[in-house]
Design a protein around this ligand. Structure first.
Ligand code: PEP
Ligand code: MN
Length: 341
């Protein structure tokens, strides 16, 4: 159950609702949206039903969302949400290109990748400093030193940055530096991490877990929203199937389902979905054609020498060509395109 507050509801009205929930033995989660504040009710629904919520000051209505995700559901919020990453609005309003290196490997590599991303029309930079690698012998990321490099990349190009967190202990620090925190596929059901990013004051990109149903993915997003952070971008990045010729199987229909089910922006990461350079372009174009709100692409100045995910990284020239194609395609479909200043 969700209590939707009136536009003019005061803090005291919201607190009074939360207090009634607690008095009924439940827990209240307050989410402050651009227009309405909503209070999510967790606990014994029978006891909640006994309360005449609509008589309480500041309450607009009580909604029963019959799905396991509520705050992120379109049933609660008909209009599509736009999430601002720095000055870049991600959502239905305008198509966005996000690009950058899979991992920050050093100053020069990161700067060259950032410039390649920007030249190709990206208005958000991706770049990781904590890498969740399958092998413990693989490069694990530069950590704090990498954050300083990313800050320098942003300073020189103006691009806002998205950075992955792989542990609760990193959230506060990454949120201080990054414009958007990312939770990767391997942590998409790490509920303690989801709760922690839900408390952060920065937008969150939530990738789909590699074996997650869409319903599970949206419930993971609900963990974030329930803690008060409704600035969430969903990212389809391929799921694991029986097919080994691609790294994962890009589920574009799943992306469209997520857009229909949720008001949150849904984007596509073709690079991690396919794992092979020659497939990134076709899947990025398909994602745009299917209506993705943004695409996120790996670019590296010298993919052969990359410490992480080299086989799927585009060269700066390939990125430039793809950026041009994606803008043409988005334009032909009548989409506005976010462009760097
Ligand atoms: C990444 O984007 O670098 C990454 C690790 O992606 P995923 O979590 O989708 O594997
Ligand atoms: Mn990667």
């Amino acid at each position: 159950m969700v209590v939707v507050m009136k536009r003019e509801a005061t803090e005291a009205d919201v607190e009074a609702v939360a207090e009634r929930v607690r008095a009924a033995g439940g827990e209240a989660f307050v989410s402050r949206g651009a227009v309405h504040t909503i209070v999510g009710l967790v606990g014994n629904t029978e006891r909640f039903r006994e309360i005449d919520w609509e008589q309480l000051p500041g309450v607009d209505r009580l909604i029963h969302v019959g799905k396991p995700y509520k705050m992120v559901s379109r049933d609660l919020h008909r209009e599509s949400t736009t999430v601002n990453v720095g000055a870049t609005p991600v959502g239905r309003g305008a198509f966005t290109i996000i690009a950058g290196p899979c991992a920050v490997e050093g100053k020069e590599q990161a700067m060259l990748a950032t410039k390649a991303a920007r030249a190709a029309g990206a208005t958000i930079l991706r770049g990781d400093v904590y890498k969740p690698r399958t092998s413990p012998y693989s490069f694990q990321g530069l950590g704090e030193r990498g954050l300083a490099i990313l800050e320098e990349c942003r300073r020189q190009t103006g691009l806002p940055i998205i950075v992955e967190v792989v542990d609760v202990s990193q959230v506060a620090r990454v949120a201080e530096v990054a414009d958007c925190i990312r939770v990767g596929t391997r942590n998409a059901q790490n509920f303690e991490l989801l709760k922690e990013v839900g408390l952060a004051k920065q937008p969150v990109m939530l990738k789909r877990g590699l074996a997650m149903t869409i319903e599970e993915w949206l419930q993971a997003a609900e963990y974030v929203a329930q803690r008060g952070n409704s600035q969430i971008i969903l990212c389809e990045r391929g799921i694991r199937t029986f097919e080994p010729s691609t790294r994962n199987t890009l589920d574009l229909a799943g992306m469209a389902v997520a857009q229909a089910e949720s008001h949150l922006p849904v984007i596509v990461d073709p690079s991690h979905a396919v794992g092979k350079r020659y497939l990134v372009g076709p899947m990025a174009r398909a994602a745009v054609a299917a209506g993705a709100d943004a695409v996120m692409i790996d670019v590296h100045p010298d993919p052969e020498s990359a410490l992480c995910d080299g086989p799927q990284a585009l060269t700066p020239d390939e990125m430039l060509d793809l950026g041009r194609e994606l803008e043409q395609l988005a334009g032909a479909l009548g989409r506005t395109i976010n462009r760097a200043e």
